[in-house]
Design a binder for this molecule. Sequence first.
Ligand code: TYM
Length: 331
Amino acid sequence: METVVSGIRSTGKLHLGNYYGALSNFVKMQNDYNCFFFIADLHSLTTHPTPENLYNTVRQVVVEYLAAGIDPEKSTIYIQSHVPEVAELYLYMNMNAYLGELERATAFKDKVRANPDNVNAGLLTYPVLMACDILLHHGTKVPVGKDQEQHLEMTRTFGNRFNRLYNVDYFKEAFAFTYSDKLVKVPGLDGNGKMGKSNGDASCVYLSDAPEIIRKKVMRAVSDSGPTEINQPKPEPIQNLFDLMKIVSSADTLQHFEDLYNKCEIRYGDFKKQLAEDMVLATTPVYSRIKEISEDEEYLQKVIRLGAEKARESATKTMKEVREIIGFRPF
Ligand code: TYM
C-alpha cells in the first residue's frame, strides 16, 4: 500500500484553503492508503510564536483534523516535534541542499518580500525540513494545495541526490496529490491572491467561523459595480468569487450566476448570499464538531500519544537505515 504524508503548519485556525487544498483530501485518502498526517509545529517556528501561542495553535489544528473526519484508527495523526528523528534527518539532508536552489524557491522569495526583517536560516531551509517529513516515512503521495508543488519537486531532488551520493535506491519519489483534475488554489475574499492567514482575517473563511460570521465576511468581500457589457471578462476580485463558488456550490448554481453575469443581469448581493449559504453548508459538519472535540482533553491526549508512537516507529526504522547508509556505524 502506498504511503501518504502531509502536514499543516500550526499557525492558527484552518481556513477553506487548507480544507480544499489539503484536509478534505486527507479525509478521503485515509481509506485507501497508509496515511501520516501531522501538525507542522517545527515549521511554524520561522515566525517565532510565543510558547502559549504555539501550544494553542497546535492543539487547534489537532482538533480541526479530528473535526474534519480524520480517524486516528485509520491514520497516524501526530505532532511533528514529537518525532525528533525528523530533526536529525534534516541535519543530514541540509548537507546536501544548496544555497542557490533554496534561494530560488518561490515561497522563500515571497516570504523575503513580505517580511524582509525575518529572513532566518529556518525559512531558507524550510523545503529541506518538508522533504524530511515526507522521506522519513517513505511517502509517495502528498495531498497539498497548488502553492506546495515546487516544494514537492525539491523533495524529489533531495531524495534523488541522497540516493546518488550514497549509490543506493533508498528514497522514493513523492508527488503532490489531489482528487480533482489539478492542484487547488483557493482564492481569498480580499480581491487578490490566495486565501491565507498572512492576507488577513477578512480574506479567510475559517472552518471554526460561525455561520453568521461567514455571511458577514462574504457580503463584505471585494467586488465592483458589475459588468457593463455582454460577456465581459471578469476582473480578478469577481473571478475569485466565481472560483470560490466553483469549489463550494453545485455546477447548476455556478452556471446560473455565470449566465446572469454574461447577460449583465447579475446582482452581487444575491450572488454573495448564495455563495455564503453554500460555504455555511460546506463547513457546518466540521464546525459543529469542533467545540465538542476541543473539550475532550482525554481523547485528544490519547490520539496524540498513539500518533507519536506510530510515527516514531516508522521514523526510527528509517533513521537506523539512513545512519547505516551514511556510514555512522557502531564501533
Ligand atoms: P501551510 O500550513 O501553509 O498549508 C497547509 C496546506 O494547506 C494548503 N493551502 C492551500 N491550498 C489551496 N488554496 C489555498 N489558498 C491554500 N492555503 C493553504 C497548502 O497547500 C498545504 O497543503 N509547507 C506545508 C506544510 C508542510 C508539509 C510538509 C506539507 C510541512 N511539511 C510535508 C506536506 C508534506 C504548508 O504549506 O503548510
